[in-house]
Design a protein around this ligand. Sequence first.
Ligand code: SF4
Ligand code: SF4
Length: 721
Amino acid sequence: MTTEKPVVLLCTCGNTLGLDFDDMKREVSGYEFAGGVEVHDLLCQEVGLERIKSLVAGGQERLVIAACTSQKIKPRIDAYLLSNGLDPSQIQYVNIREHSAWVHPDPNEATSKSLDMIRGTLALSVRSKPLTKEHKTVPKHVTVIGGGIAGIESALCLSGLGYKVTLIEKEGHLGGHVVRLPVVAPTGIPGQELLKSRMERLKSSENITIKTKTQVKFVKGEMGAFTVHCVSESGEEYDIDTSAIVLAMGFKEFKPEGMDEYRYGVNPDVVTQFELSTMLSEGHLSRRSDGGPVKEVVMVQCVGSRSEDHKRDCSKLCCTFAIDNALEIVKADPSVHVRVIYMDIRVPFENEMIYKESREKGVDYIRGRVGAVWEAGGRTRVRFYDSLLNKYFEVSPDLVVLSSAILPPDGVSELSETLGFAVEYDGHVKELYGKLRRTETRRRGVVAVGAVTRPQFVFEAVTDAQAGALMIHNELQDGAIERLARGAVLNVDECVGCSLCAQQCPRGVPLMIEQKEAEEASAEQKLLFKASIDTLNCHACGVCQSLCPSGATQLNFLTNEQLWSQIQSTLDGAGAENPITLCFHCEECSVSTIDIVGTRRMKYPASTRLIPVPCAGRVSIIDILKAFEYGASTVMIAACETDRCHIGGTGNEIAQAQVDVAKDILNAIGWEGLRVEMFRMFSAEPERFIRAVQEMTRRAKELGPTPVHRGTAGKWMEASN
Ligand code: SF4
Ligand code: SF4
């Protein structure tokens, strides 16, 4: 028999949880929204999965599973049901293990907390609707911007996956900086050789169109329907219709003309490391000033890098480039004396071996700084300080080679203005999430690969390009996108055209569409623009929902009504005698911290009740006030660190703003703003969650009953007078 009401499946985790399951079963059976309750020992194992499958297959799609962390059990159940052709989207999870049984030693307290969270989830579940599967056909075409190694590799991978690719390069040739490398670390082979087979495959591929001497002026549209506006060197302008975009513009080498101490741009025998690479790969190492032989070389590390004036960070590659070039020089002519003046030598991976080899072959590494470069008697003079010997030296090299900083390429910021991807403080394209979503940008359908995101070795750029191509393939699904439409849904009639959603969506999904008909219908109340949201492009964070002043945009799996019902049911029984701290936590980031607290059996007050949200940015001021209205003593949001929002935006900062405003409102109406707070979680420091809960339960105790508890809150405004 199936019921509209959700069936609750309680898991004892192999009888290890110490909760009173008989009591829980009895209690849950009596809940208004429970359509049935079963107790199982191991829901995650075959017998449990089979039971879930039979329920869903029999039409009982609304289930509430009270078990271990959803991080673990949900993917397993999803995969099992999907492989059997069943829809898991109406299954809700309550963590009664890491979030309850394992952190509260008193079984009564743990049971009571588990029951409250199950009751709240039932209220949400009973209002859930099945998600629809939507289809969209998009052109199987991708545009790659940048024809260096990362762009070439992306184009080849995408072509191999069956996509048509347009490869755009602003220079007259492909290959970028790699063309000029005499040797590519750690392979030991020249850049041109590394490119050779790739270039042949590029030229023979029918799927790839190459446009050199071409620049992108701007881009319009969204994933599946981008228009890339290009201009060629001859001034011809044209559009390319494309479904996705790969940013692979590489990097540029810093030209230290403004650093007078090095005489770059004045003395022709002062060159950059890449200029030396070109000389070496072209086989003409000589003094630029007079063509004379090179017998003595001084390399200067960290020129412009690790400097507040130019580039704050280490450029990562320059030590390896210097070592490679130094080794090439001494291999070709062992009588050449190469000195490398460094602050630190930083070489990752196998490059350490090359560093060792170069020392064995006589390259001289001197820890210190170059004080001045000048010309005297027709020679270049260099004065440097050796910090290990605490002595100054003067030498007359034939070449001074500056290991200049690696900078982002030109045009990144301009492109970000039309493409909507985020840019780092230093001008690199910002990755969505440095650890787990490296190649994605905040704009869906736009990936960034290679050195455009940060300095990268050639092999890293190649791996990145392959990952980016797979990411696009995953999104475009061979041009026939089919997925459950899980995300924000817009009720356009409710939209008041404020554009908050379009401004704040971390993925640039809402577009503001001109309302021509509305203008004609009513001149006085005309709305010139209204939002439009393609749910298939949405990342389901809920930021737009928490900001939308009219409730026009809402997540189809967590509507306002669902969340408010969940809050109300969870807090049933909260009051002066039973002060509760309600904790909204992000189910992607901060849940890991809270789960680790559970796994490590750390203890915290059992008067907390946890409600997961897809991103901290989903929690609105109204949601916070609702929690107080339904009886919470204090409310906390467990969010992620600054710049760690998994959606790649500022969901955590938006949550902070909502909390700040909620505090102001509470203060203004005579409550205490201290009753609400946001805390930044970090999974390596689970103590943060413990401290946060202790703080909020302490405040709940100290501040005492709320006006709701005292029965005076119906008149919030009066209470403030
Ligand atoms: S935030 Fe809401 S009202 Fe404002 S434009 Fe977006 S959907 Fe419309
Ligand atoms: S839910 Fe998030 S990703 Fe989706 S439209 Fe709203 S703000 Fe953008």
